[in-house]
Design a protein around this ligand. Structure first.
Ligand code: AMP
Ligand code: MG
Length: 410
């Protein structure tokens, strides 16, 4: 029986998708294998950092309220080497950045602020403060402190932090296994000559790239013909070895709903259409624990569908937080014409010196024009309404890259 297909808003669709995601198992990896991975366990500091009171400057370790007019240099304390000398009134120990404060001393006077005469120093000022230029034990991190919650995406700072705490192996979520399928009799590879009526299969490469950027392992990528039986067979093979299967093309009504028919035989169809532009034809299907996404063939539609829905599902599978796409409020720099559905216009968000995020779109917004997404750091979310959005009005934008611009002046 033919039912009217329900149109889901992008937010409703995300809720439906997230409700069907299952967390992937975890695996233990070494520190450098963990880059770009998602922590599957909270990290609690196993030790204090720094582990000893450490010099933050090159200088002389002294007693702060020592009234001696000059102090004898009784030893040297270099980073990584511990001397036995104890600082007493009238003495000082030469010390380098990162070295432990010698016993007896409670302050470090920087080398620029002392005069060295033979084997003693004269401090050029009289107010040495206790603890000056010394990092106390545990001042940065206390043993037992939660430093990285589960769900943290591990980048350079996090890897450095783990190393500083002596953590050399971590438990991370397994990478999602993703298969990518292009469909269409008109498609040829980028290195093949173009025959009459043929176009290049850009989606396969774009979606493999997008999946890798999202931290997935692409286990298979290929192309299928406009034939339901063969597409169904291809997809069925992929389902068993993939956490996620993404197809593009074959969704327009003109193509007799090829992908729709293939997907329906494989699993449960949850979504078939979105109240969204580009990308109205959009399939979300589950087959066991595997998620299948049927994206439209137009390259921009496929890209938007991947970045908004598939990438969010991938984050959820690994437990990455926050899971939702990153959204900011932006001010329009030019008039924007709304469509009859929620439109995701490719745009550039910039931070101005007044601290305001301003946005302009990237030229013609045709769903085949991939150039509109090149250099775009955002999708400007334009809800339908009768009149155009005016300069200065505020809308939401979903960030897909870093925002550049001048930082607000204090
Ligand atoms: P479809 O969703 O199959 O009806 O495709 C819609 C439009 O996208 C058509 O113009 C297709 O030629 C084009 N298209 C489909 N698949 C791809 C692909 N893999 N790479 C580039 N363009 C595609
Ligand atoms: Mg097609």
């Amino acid at each position: 029986m033919q039912q009217t297909k329900r149109m889901f808003t992008p937010w409703e669709a995300l809720d439906v998708i997230l409700a069907h995601v299952r967390r992937l198992p975890s695996e233990e990896v070494s520190l450098l294998e963990a880059v770009g991975r998602v922590l599957a366990e909270p990290i609690v500091a196993p030790e204090d950092h720094p582990p000893f009171p450490a010099a933050t400057m090159d200088g002389y370790a002294v007693i702060h309220d020592d009234t001696s007019p000059w102090r004898e240099i009784i030893g040297e304390q270099f980073a990584g080497h511990v001397t036995e000398v104890t600082v007493t009134p009238g003495t000082a120990v030469r010390i380098t950045t990162g070295a432990p404060l010698p016993p007896g001393a409670d302050a470090i006077v920087p080398v620029e602020e002392v005069e060295v005469v033979d084997d003693h120093i004269v401090i050029r000022r009289d107010d040495v403060r206790p603890g000056e230029n010394v990092r106390p034990v545990g001042v940065d991190i206390r043993r037992g402190e939660l430093v990285l919650p589960e769900g943290t995406l591990l980048g350079a700072a996090e890897i450095g932090l783990l190393a500083s705490l002596g953590v050399s192996r971590v438990s991370v979520s397994r990478r999602p296994r993703v298969s990518i399928l292009s469909t269409g009799d008109e498609l040829v590879d980028p290195d093949a000559p173009l025959g009459p009526g043929q176009i290049r299969d850009s989606n396969r490469f774009m979606l493999v790239a997008a999946a890798r950027q999202a931290g997935a392992e692409v286990v298979w990528a290929g192309r299928g013909p406009d034939d339901v039986e063969r597409l169904t067979a291809l997809l069925r093979e992929r389902v068993t070895e993939s956490d996620v299967v993404v197809s593009s093309g074959g969704v327009s009504v003109g193509e007799r709903d090829l992908i729709s028919a293939a997907l329906r035989t494989l699993g449960t169809v949850h979504i078939e259409r979105l109240f969204m532009k580009p990308g109205k034809p959009f399939h979300f299907v589950t087959a066991g624990t595997t998620l299948l996404f049927g994206l439209p063939g137009n390259p921009v539609s496929a890209l938007v569908g991947f970045e908004i829905f598939v990438a969010t599902a991938l984050r959820a599978m690994t437990g990455q937080r926050p899971v939702e796409p990153e959204t900011v409020t932006v001010v329009l720099e030019h008039e924007v014409q709304p469509a009859d559905r929620i439109e995701y216009q490719r745009a550039i968000v910039r931070c101005d010196a007044d601290g305001v995020l301003r946005v302009r779109t990237t030229g013609p917004q045709g769903s085949a024009r991939l150039l509109s997404a090149v250099g775009a750091n955002a999708y400007l979310v334009v809800p339908p309404r009768a009149e155009p959005y005016r300069v200065g009005e505020q809308l939401s934008a979903i960030l897909r890259g870093p925002v550049r611009g001048s930082a607000p002046q204090p």
